[in-house]
Design a protein. Structure first.
Length: 417
């Protein structure tokens, strides 16, 4: 049977969701139109999508729009005498309700199946298949104790939550790319990091020469954001410490701490190690290695040559290793300019021996197509047991996913000791 023309986009961007079948639940929010883009984005990443709508949602947007977008039949009545909700939960891999209204969230938490969306969602939960809700509503509704209680109850049932963007008086539909990423992680890995506390550092630091000039590096923080996001999307609790970033939006983590200098980053890391007590520490930041011995309080004149006297900044990794719990996992990054993978592995191994970390993620920053400021990376992960894994050039979210996989393996090995 020939595919619907709309389904020709399946796998256009990536094959990450190839073979996965997703039910997209759409409820009566003014942001329902964004679900069309979500459906198409999931399809472009390899998934097949079928839409289930509440009858109220059809007043905002026609089911025909979703049929056109997905190439599949749209369900929007309560299935009547049909058992469509049962067959969907048997045939499909997961359900995502986006947008999810306050009404839908509270009813679902109490098992009230009075719409096609809640009926399908309960069927998925009963079949022990993944369900995600994506709230979108007025912020006062979102913060209402009944809604928050319902969200917490759904979490207890194993439902995944993607936080809305809290902006002015709205709990808004989230960034499409972040949501698609979360759905990928949730579908491919589930909540395998549930109960694990992560401390992740990201970005550069700045060491000021005078009031306007500083020493830094081209790190954008994208790799660290990707790692923290992947850990979060897989159920982890994340404390995120970052220097100046070139990325405006980051997910809502358990705690987010912004710093400028290497000393500030060190102090924040030490404080979080005491207060947050992380199970996993991933040092993906690129702190400056040197700082001026003296910072001038006024702008230095450019009329004459300048000689700078520098001193080393404190080694954050050294302080972490001396303070961590024995059971904690510590992952360090090593950015080097090398001519071969063998040289990169040698430098990573030397770093493991020097600092006694669990693994080092090494990348060659002499390449222009990966690393600093790029959306792509290529890394070699060297573990302290000598095991080596190369991740070829991939989007940073894919590198992050594979790194968190490695973290899970290390945690499991430590538990078996």
């Amino acid at each position: 049977m020939e595919k619907h023309p709309s389904q020709k986009i399946i796998g256009e961007i990536s094959k990450e969701l190839e073979g996965k079948k997703i039910v997209l639940g759409v409820t009566s929010s003014v942001s329902a139109y964004k679900s069309i883009d979500l459906a198409r984005t999931l399809m472009k990443n390899g998934a097949e999508v079928t839409v289930v709508m509440s009858s109220e949602a059809t007043r905002f947007i026609s089911p025909l729009m979703f049929e056109w977008a997905t190439g599949n039949k749209v369900y929007y009545e309560k299935f009547g005498g049909e058992t469509g909700h049962i067959s969907l939960s048997e045939e499909y891999d997961a359900m995502v309700i986006a947008p999810a209204t306050a009404n839908t969230i509270t009813k679902l938490s109490f098992g009230i199946a009075d719409s096609a969306v809640t009926l399908a969602a309960l069927s998925f939960l009963g079949a022990k298949k993944p369900v995600m809700v994506v709230p979108a509503m007025h912020i006062q509704l979102y913060r209402a104790p009944q809604v928050q209680q319902a969200i917490n109850k759904l979490k207890e049932y194993g439902v995944s939550l993607h936080e809305p963007i809290l902006e002015r008086d709205k709990a808004k539909f989230p960034d499409l790319n972040e949501l698609e990423w979360h759905i990928e992680s949730f579908l491919l890995r589930g909540n395998d990091m549930n109960g694990i506390k992560f401390l992740v550092t990201a970005g550069p630091t700045r060491e000021f020469i005078d009031t306007v000039r500083f020493i830094s590096n081209p790190s954008s923080g994208k790799m660290g954001i990707a790692i923290a996001s992947e850990a979060l999307y897989r159920g982890g609790k994340v404390s995120f410490i970052h220097g100046p970033l070139s990325v405006e939006k980051i997910p809502s983590f358990h705690s987010t701490i912004s710093v400028i200098s290497t000393d500030e980053m060190l102090n924040s890391v030490i404080s979080e190690m005491k207060m947050f007590d992380p199970d996993v520490i991933i040092m993906s930041a690129a702190p400056s290695d040197f700082k001026p011995i003296q910072t001038q309080t006024k702008k230095i004149s450019s009329d004459k040559p300048l000689t700078l006297s520098l001193e080393p900044t404190p080694k954050i990794l050294k302080e972490i290793v001396s303070r961590k719990r024995e059971s904690s996992v510590v992952i360090s990054f090593a950015a080097d300019t090398v001519d071969s993978d063998e040289e990169l592995i040698k430098k990573a191994t030397e770093k493991i021996e020097k600092y006694r970390v669990d693994a080092v993620v090494a990348n060659n920053v002499s390449r222009k197509d990966i690393g600093f400021s790029s959306d792509f990376n290529e890394v070699i992960i060297v573990k302290n047991d000598g095991e080596i894994e190369k991740i070829p050039r991939s989007e940073k979210k894919i590198v992050a996913r594979k790194l968190i996989d490695v973290v899970g393996e290390i945690i499991e090995k430590k538990r078996r000791r």
